[in-house]
Design a protein around this ligand. Structure first.
Ligand SMILES: Cc1cc2nc3c(=O)[nH]c(=O)nc-3n(C[C@H](O)[C@H](O)[C@H](O)COP(=O)(O)OP(=O)(O)OC[C@H]3O[C@@H](n4cnc5c(N)ncnc54)[C@H](O)[C@@H]3O)c2cc1C
Ligand code: SF4
Length: 327
């Protein structure tokens, strides 16, 4: 299908952009790598496209005086992956960004767009009027569901959240600035995405006239180690079959604090508090690591074709926990 007609505006200020978003069926355009595909495939429609391209204040990576980092929403995925300061302070985030899609998509795609991108369920992306598009049925439940979720569906919608970057941001306890017509608010990344049990037609808590403007990363705590591991079906670009973002604070060989977040597992970046509970306060020896990895999948609810994700997550988490101790 060719792109349908729409008005295209390039506002010069955030205020102006938000005013444009108040009109019926207006959509934000950042890098356009996901948005244009959605419009072309008729997943949703748009009467007005609001480009953020002129909003230079939404670009760049800046250290905060407290020792953290601000990343503007229009910063490209390539810039995040290649930033020295991100690599030094938040290596798990740099790694996650480097694992996103292909070089071309990383050059064009932005961190804000990556967090707000639409799911990749093939029924949703195809000509199926499923529940997430306002229909009354989930086609994946009894259909082709090998890439769908094993946690968090509420037996409603079985998408997996597609971003590699968002799980890493949740692991670092990042917050996002969201600005609307009246004011702005800070939302923990952990609370940005919406589970199907809350609303099966929304992916984020943002309203139609709100813009995610920046990400704030807290200063890395002493002894913080981080990583991101992604398993995909093939070696070239692909979304995560399974992934894990780790941010562990280690002291004298013990885990003081742990944040473990799974990708390819649930409709949102999935914090595995079960693993965190098992490993906190412990030395990461082979036994504890195996217990932690086992705990990660204890509550999994696989569908007919994605049961393979259980041993995949268990093995991947085990390997990554052992690797982070040696790093
Ligand atoms: C072939 C392909 C493979 C991919 N593989 C991966 C992968 O392996 N891992 C991965 O993480 N991603 C992957 N992606 C997704 C890709 O990273 C995203 O398309 C990209 O990051 C989105 O950024 P963008 O700036 O182009 O967003 P856009 O396409 O401009 O926007 C995406 C969505 O977010 C909204 N939006 C954009 N910016 C904002 C903002 N600041 N505030 C509020 N809403 C906003 C838009 O309205 C739109 O709905 C893939 C995409 C493609 C097409
Ligand atoms: S998993 Fe969600 S997006 Fe996919 S068909 Fe079911 S309701 Fe639609």
């Amino acid at each position: 299908m060719i792109l349908p007609n729409f008005a295209y505006v390039r506002p010069k200020s955030l205020k102006e952009a938000i005013q444009h978003l108040a009109s019926d069926e207006a959509r934000i355009h950042a890098g356009g790598t996901d948005l244009l595909g959605c419009l072309r495939d008729d997943i949703f429609s748009a009467k007005k496209i609001v480009s953020l391209a002129e909003l230079k204040e939404l670009r760049g990576i800046y250290p905060t005086k407290e020792g953290g980092l601000r990343i503007g929403a229009l910063t490209t995925v390539t810039e995040v992956a290649g930033s020295k300061i991100v690599q030094e302070r938040y290596p798990g985030l740099a790694k996650a960004a480097a694992e996103v899609a292909s070089p071309q998509l990383r050059n064009q795609g932005t961190i804000g767009g990556n967090i707000c991108q639409k799911p990749r369920c093939w029924y949703y992306r195809g000509e199926f009027h499923c529940l997430r598009k306002g229909g009354d049925k989930c086609f994946a439940f009894k259909g082709e569901n090998q890439f769908h979720c094993i946690f968090g569906s509420s037996s409603i919608c079985y998408i997996v959240h597609p971003s590699d970057i968002a799980p890493a941001l949740v692991a670092f306890d990042a917050t996002a600035r969201v600005v609307g017509p009246k004011d702005g608010r800070w939302v923990p990344l952990e609370k940005i995405h919406v589970l199907p049990g809350v609303d099966p037609q929304k992916e984020t808590v943002l309203k139609a006239d709100e813009i995610l403007t920046e990400i704030l990363l807290p200063p890395p705590a002493p002894g913080l180690r981080s990583s991101y591991r992604k398993v995909r079906a093939r070696q070239s670009w692909d979304f995560a079959l399974a992934g894990v973002a780790l941010a562990l604070q280690l002291k004298e060989g013990r885990v003081e604090k742990a944040r473990v977040v799974l990708s390819g597992a649930a409709p949102v970046p999935w914090r595995s508090k079960e693993v965190e509970r098992v490993i906190t306060g412990k030395r990461l020896d082979a036994d504890i690591v195996a217990q932690g990895a086992g705990a990660a999948v204890e509550k999994a609810e696989p569908l007919e074709q994605n049961g393979y994700k259980i041993p995949l997550f268990r093995g991947m988490i085990e390997e990554e926990l052992l690797a982070i101790v040696k790093a």
